[in-house]
Unconditional design. Sequence first.
Length: 75
Amino acid sequence: MIVDPTKLNLAFQFNSDSSFKYSYSLTVSGLADGSFLLYDDIEAAAVPEPASLFLLGSGAILLAGCLWRNKILGK
């Protein structure tokens, strides 16, 4: 099956919530009798969230700075 943008024959209804769990339905029209539709749901690989690493790194740098300052000032 070839999707022709000038003839809309595929329609998706996409529903998602705040957790990004989703569901969708596929409505197809215009297929000849006896034909079939091969559908492959491909999802991108999960990308790790950089915010956690940034927070841990910032905390470690802040802790090291405080320890270094106390060592220099002799407190």
